[in-house]
Design a protein around this ligand. Structure first.
Ligand code: TXA
Ligand code: MG
Length: 337
């Protein structure tokens, strides 16, 4: 199959929407990362998404809608708290796990009786949902296990020849995937995957926000995952990622005797003054680090890095999302200095 690259003008978005309507798969920009979009109600189309990514069948897809008011078409009940969260955060990078109804096939929900609903704010994704008239199932458009794509070029590299088209909508704004939450009791939510809608932001609407243990810790053998995605190795470039927690000076001293020809460091912007070793930077604060992380992990593979020492991000606010992606890429090992 030839994968065509579309731009984001109306005529090209109509082509993209046409592919979705006819059961084909399209790489689509969103404000978080690029998604691999298919008609969520078309089992054949959804099967193609799992095949293109090499994704385990029990890992559910998020369903993207043009407006939260459409969520009632695909769910069996919606708590009042979900409406209040939608009012504050939709459209935007928030996914709410709700009980699904029969409009969502089991293959889309990975066999679960729930569905993750998200209303993306990216105008291109929004327009494609409108033009197709479909609920769009879209996982991140990377090969399963690899860092999520934040540009059309990343999607092309992973998916060329496997999907109908990729729409180029520029660089993703947030750079990490949406915050995924589930509901517990009247005014409590649980964060299953941290993102740019932070715990602090959710607390503006909820009484309590629980951070699932698996966000920072490896699941133990036999332990049940609150979200199937927690079970799988994720976000990993080919290079070995080693997370090192400490200030810039301590980090520099630590890596000093560990550098070799194909070893690199990923440090903060600002750390590079007096930093004598081969490195890239991934931003100064948590939002910048979220924006650049996946791009940098892909670049490090491109230049042939075999081992990468990463100066660990803060785990506060948006930093929790960055920390979560990196600790999974690092196989949950953190060196504290
Ligand atoms: O920002 C995003 O969420 C991007 C863009 C494309 O929208 N999508 C995305 O999808 O990251 P994906 O499939 O790569 O990650 C979805 C995560 C997985 O870890 C999955 O296990 C979890 O959300 N998830 C989806 N539906 C769920 C459900 N019903 N219950 C629990 N976890 C769910
Ligand atoms: Mg993903």
């Amino acid at each position: 199959m030839e994968t065509i690259l579309l731009s984001d003008n109306e005529a090209q978005l109509e082509i993209a929407a046409g592919f979705i309507k006819s059961g084909e798969i399209v790489g689509i920009p969103t404000e978080t990362v690029y998604g691999l979009g298919a008609d969520a109600s078309n089992e054949e189309a959804v099967r193609k998404v799992f095949a293109a990514k090499g994704r385990p069948a029990d890992n559910p897809l998020i369903v993207h809608l043009a407006d939260f008011s459409h969520a009632c078409k695909y769910t069996s009940s919606i708590p009042e708290l979900a409406y209040r969260l939608a009012e504050r955060f939709c459209p935007g990078p928030l996914t709410m796990v709700l009980p699904k109804n029969e409009q969502i096939p089991m293959i889309t929900s990975g066999g679960l009786d729930t569905v993750g609903i998200r209303v993306p704010s990216h105008p291109v994704m929004h327009r494609i949902i409108e033009l197709s008239g479909c609920p769009i199932a879209a996982p991140s458009a990377n090969t399963s296990g690899y860092p999520s794509p934040t540009s059309a070029d990343h999607v092309m590299r992973d998916m060329n020849g496997k999907i109908a088209a990729v729409v180029d909508g520029g660089q993703s704004e947030f750079g990490v995937e949406s915050t995924v939450i589930s509901f517990e009791g009247e005014n409590t939510v649980r964060i299953l995957r941290p993102g740019c809608i932070t715990r602090e932001m959710l607390l503006e609407v909820c009484d309590e926000v629980v951070i699932d243990h698996a966000i920072l810790h490896e699941l133990e053998a036999g332990q049940k995952a609150a979200s199937p995605g927690m079970k799988y190795k994720h976000y990993s470039p080919k290079a070995d990622i080693i997370m090192v927690e400490g200030d810039a000076d301590a980090f520099r001293r630590y890596v000093g005797d560990k550098m070799s020809a194909d070893t690199y460091c990923l440090i903060y912007d600002g750390d590079e003054r007096n930093f004598p070793y081969r490195h890239m930077t991934y931003g100064e604060d948590s939002s910048e680090q979220a924006h650049w992380l996946f791009q940098r992990l892909r670049e490090l593979d491109d230049i042939g890095a075999k081992k990468v020492y990463v100066r660990a991000p803060s785990s506060e606010g948006v930093g929790l999302a960055v920390y979560n992606r990196l600790i999974r890429a690092a196989g949950f090992e953190v060196i504290r200095i």
